[in-house]
Ligand binder design. Structure first.
Ligand SMILES: [Zn+2]
Length: 255
């Protein structure tokens, strides 16, 4: 079982958070950075857990930070993905000007194409704008993490070989739209994620969410699909391996 998007470094005890995830049946996870400080923390965590899959990137909220330092890290630190990156139209224009958001996202898509790395994409009220940018980079694949668009929009990404990340929201019975999308998309297009500690699930509120809660998300998605959890996990792991490389599952055997 693979947590395709989480932030263990946003907790007091990143190492313990990863270890408890593994103990809870999460086979592996992608620890995502999002700004200079968080990228550094993610790299430190990988020093403690050699081989830990990490993503290095600049989140749209931090678009005013220097992108140069981030691209240098991406080039030199062997992440398995670029991210968290993307566009956010809900954030204040003065905090993260749209122009700068587009520029730093573009830079990261560019590097993703050059380095043949997948991207982990944040998109809030910006799915159409993200798609317009992504289609300029036909060789770049990625995950639309915590997808908030429509089924038709999800399909546009899936048709380009992208994956859709499903997290804690699908455990909420009233989340009709995203649950509907989770039912309809092909299983080959889906990955699991917690975005811990940033997105809650039924009965576990932010900031108490951990990658260790991933089995509950897997169970909710399996129920929605009417398949066994084991079948669901096998399929989503296969999808993650296809995008991020099968090496993301190999490191934990060391511990
Ligand atoms: Zn995130």
């Amino acid at each position: 079982m693979f947590d395709s998007h989480c932030h263990p470094t946003d907790t007091d005890n990143p190492l313990g958070v990863v270890q408890s995830a593994i103990a809870s049946g999460v086979g592996s996870l992608l620890a995502c950075g999002y700004n200079a400080q968080s990228n550094e923390a993610v790299l430190n965590l990988r020093d403690q857990l050699p081989g830990l899959p990490i993503a290095i990137g600049l989140h749209p909220w931090f678009a005013t930070e220097a992108i140069g330092g981030v691209t240098e890290l991406i080039v030199n630190s062997f992440p398995v993905a670029i991210g968290e990156c993307g566009l956010d139209a809900a954030v204040d224009e003065s905090t993260a000007p749209r122009m700068m958001q587009r520029k730093v996202f573009e830079t990261q898509l560019e590097i993703a194409g050059q380095m043949k790395l997948p991207v982990s994409v944040h998109s809030r009220r910006a799915v159409a704008a993200v798609f317009d940018m992504v289609r300029e980079y036909p060789n770049v694949r990625g995950v639309m993490h915590a997808f908030g668009g429509s089924y038709e929009q999800a399909k546009l990404f899936v048709d380009r070989g992208w994956l859709i990340g499903f997290g804690g929201v699908i455990t909420r019975r009233n989340a009709h739209r995203v649950r509907g999308i989770a039912r309809r998309l092909p299983l080959e297009a889906m990955v699991l994620e917690t975005d811990a500690p940033a997105i809650g699930l039924e009965g576990v509120e932010v900031p108490n969410v951990r990658p260790a809660h991933l089995p509950r998300i897997a169970a909710a998605l399996a129920e929605l699909r009417g398949v066994d959890v084991s079948e669901l996990v096998e399929a989503t792991d296969k999808n993650a391996g296809r995008l991020f490389g099968s090496k993301v599952f190999r490191w934990t055997t060391v511990y």
